[in-house]
Design a protein around this ligand. Sequence first.
Ligand code: NG1
Ligand code: MG
Length: 526
Amino acid sequence: MADLPIPIYTSLDDIYDGYTALAQAERWNALLDHYHAVFGQKPTHVARAPGRVNLIGEHIDYALFGVLPSAISRDILIALGPSAAPGGQVVAENQDERYEKQAFAASRVGEGEWALEIDRSELRWESYVKAGYYGVLTHHLRAAQPKSINMLVTGSVPAGSGLSSSAAMVVASTLSFLVMNDVLHGVTKGELVGLAMENEKRVGVNSGGMDQAASVICTPSSALYITFHPALSSSPVSIPGTHPSAVLVITNSLVVSDKALSAKVNYNLRVVETLVAARVLARALGVRVGDREKVTLREVVGRWAGEEQGADMGPERLQRALEQLLGEADRILGAGHGRDGLSHAEMVAASGLEEAAFHELYLSWVEVEATRFRLWARAKHVLSESLRVLQFRRVCLAHSSSPAQSTSTGTSTSTEPQPHGEGLLKELGRLMNESQESCSGLFDCSCAELDALTRLAREAGAYGSRLTGAGWGGCAVSLVAEPDVPAFIEKIHTSFGPYQKLSKKQLEEVVFATKPSSGAGVYVVG
Ligand code: NG1
Ligand code: MG
């Protein structure tokens, strides 16, 4: 799927399902009219990139384990057209009045090198637009003169909510600059993911590739199992139709998580903790690791289980290896007071590196702040969560009417008995609940509101409920029987404190059922 070209659309029916397309038409027309009013001409294209919900597999993409997200119909749209201004001038307007109009141009500073300032000291909306531009300049416009462009942005993915508005923004912006500079042709979905990942790192979060891959590669009607080791690969996974069938309901905790600003005490700190945990484990297990190698937990499992270099041992073997490694992690990282966390000096000693070498490898490229480093708890979460992803996928595949056409991972051949009918949904829900418990207790990436919301969701009848995305606020996702959705929403409305003062209309913005939807593409305005 990653080697397919970027879709070019001429009808909204190709993007949204029939019912949603009708409702979306109004929003799209308003965007086109607004563009005309601002820039005095019709746009030529609209770049679109969706947000995503992650069903299961949190904070494991940067350890290179597989995740299971699905694109949602909420998206970022950028209306585009050429401008007559000289010198590659970009004018970016946003329909949301909170975000001011911006104008900027990149300057060439050397052969294939460009300067384009991105302010990382505060969260600015245009940083995401510039981040998308930068990669296009350096990889695709090495010698060419960039075009002058007028753009108008609108979005329905709430910011800071774990639905990946940032990745949607970067993907849409990357696509915008590719298409307007006539270099989109021949770019594959996989290449766009790589470019968007590299681009998003410029805004300051050392993220894995889940969000960009989900926004670009997802297709309607199924979630996507995305793996990153040894290379990006993906295959569809559907929640099988049972009686009753189930849908995903998203509930926003209304706690905004400004991850890019607090990364040093949450997201980036977790990236460092999981990387150091991988080295400590490898060392104790006698797994080979280069002195300057930032080995990931996925690579440690692979080497420990004898996976050939550059190969993927497949889900069955990985599952067995993970089950065994979890015991080893308890023994190695959980010994002594390991479960409470290590001081900086203890962590350096456990790594087997000299202080200077440790600093260079793990701390010189990122700012983190902590007194205790909870290597055991972080590794335990990552390994058990990765196992839950494999279990979740296996349950879905065993009952899926259309078997996955995996490009490299193969379908399950497990002969273990699998649950049926509603039992199956209960099993998926159980895995989601365990994921929430692990995110909250071991990875410390939940918050009081998300703990309450997921508990209330279960009490309101969900099979399972968990935070989705990075956490520390943002949304939860719940698996709910389709006929029960209205009653479920009603119960959450009355039981979750922060929702009680919301009107029905406001509630629709923060609680909504979602279906898997299509990935990013470019619409040609007729
Ligand atoms: P959100 O919450 O959508 O920003 C982040 C990371 C993902 C992944 C999840 C946790 C970015 C762009 N994305 O998602 O790569 O690590 O957290 O599973 O930072
Ligand atoms: Mg994000």
